[in-house]
Write a protein that binds this ligand. Sequence first.
Ligand SMILES: [Ca+2]
Length: 580
Amino acid sequence: MLLSNSCKVRVVVAQAFVRVFAAFAMFLFGGSAALAQGVPASTQSTKPTSSPTGTAASTTTRRPNILFIMSDDHGKQAISCYGATAAPGLVSTPGIDRIAREGMRFDRASVTNAICGPSRAVMLTGKHSHLNGFATNDQKFDGTQQTFPKVLQAAGYRTEVIGKWHLESDPTGFDHWDVLVGQGDYWNPTFIVDGTRTKRDGHATDIIHANALERLRALAPAAKDGKPFAMLVHHKAPHRNWMPTARHLNLFKDDEIPLPATFFDRYEGRSRASSMQTMQVDRDLAWEYDLKVTARELFPDRKLDGLDSWMQREIERIPGEIQRAIVEAYRDENRKLIERYSRMKPKSLAEWRFQRYAKDYLRTAQGVDDSVGGILEELDRLGLADNTIVVYTSDQGWFLGEHGWFDKRWMYEESFRMPLVVRWPGQIPAASTSDALVQNLDFAPTFLAAAGVSVPADMQGKSMLPLLAAGGATDKPFRDAVYYRFEESKGSHTVPRHEGVATDRWKLIRFLDLIDPATGERTLELYDLAADPDELRSLAGDPKHAETLRAMTQKLEAIRAQYQVDVPRAGNSTSAPATP
Ligand SMILES: [Ca+2]
């Protein structure tokens, strides 16, 4: 496990550092000089230079391809290079692990807003939600604004997006786009291909994977001839409602997924915010839509609607053979549940629901890992691996039963942190790790810097390249604090609006619409992540931590000013109310 291998990592990093730094400096300054002189980056040499270190330096004069693989709602606890803490020894993700083994694993990467569309808008623009104008999923992304694919396209890159988009407006800045309609269906989904709707048979993960391979093959000759590509392969999985591919339907069948230590959380020791949610595994998952149990068999006398009459409608969309496999996979477990349902105590019912939920989530995520592994093999076959930056991440993390929850939205650790592994052979030391406070805000500037393109001054993120080149071992911290803001309190799961600031040890959360009766001010929660990593005890009202609370409140105000949170913007309904 990489997590227990830090000594080895340090040795590898030390050995690689000098060589990589020299090569990287040549790349950076060479590219910048060409741009400063107005020479289009596309005219730079694509021929390998001779070098005693061989391939490492040969890539320094070629602009790299960028392959940005992202999934939806994939938590670190379900990935084995992060220890697969949700089910150690059971979950194995060799595809994602390979990127970490051959590149860098970030352990404290976070999102600025833990929900699907807004996270994607931040990633594309390098700007917080209040500036890119897409703060909640019911908004529409303004596709006329600056994004990193547009800047790369103007610099001569071929740009493509394959898979989930979920920004309401059509993609802009892409030479080719092949995206799911909205959230997309798992089975037989409809895509929009360069503006034309196309229904395809099969499972969304496998279709997106096959399309990605096809596009890589198509782009490989030009890429090797000096026309690099930036391709976004964005999976729908493992988003709710967790439908695995047919080959993963019976994975973990005879296993027991351990209950998270906080599964029976009673939400004491914190503000009332966490008890306001409607995202509990034991209460809020729908029997049919989420848990694949035919609700009319559980409740023969109850009139069913919505998510609990979903199965019949959905199953009809699925091809016959697979439909039978799905029914078969769940049949025996469901039959036993239905037989004993009326006699089950709430605790054992909650545990049953957790097992079904967690297994289907992990099964669905397994398809994504298959895809990552397959894409890496295809890069090898096509001879593209050495000159392609490969990123794997998720649009945010996920609650896999922690605090008794499913879903995301909160600034709490499980959804706030996202997995992030990056490979760039010869440029990033293999098997390196970083605790730096990077965010999804940083993707856009990182990709632009890697392409040798100037990062526009109005992007708020920072290039991660120096950190990557140094194997995480930089003299100064990447940044000392990050800002977070969630706006969608009117959406599903009734999570109250909040913002916050986090450092490497402390996290302050401010609930924007909840007044604390004790103070008459907005409700605050303060966590010591070192002493209380599960965030079970807020220290906001503890006199012993008054000084930390004051310092973190100041930090929150400072970071709000830094990111221009209170600057009024025309037509932007999401700008923050003034701070009391
Ligand atoms: Ca998501």
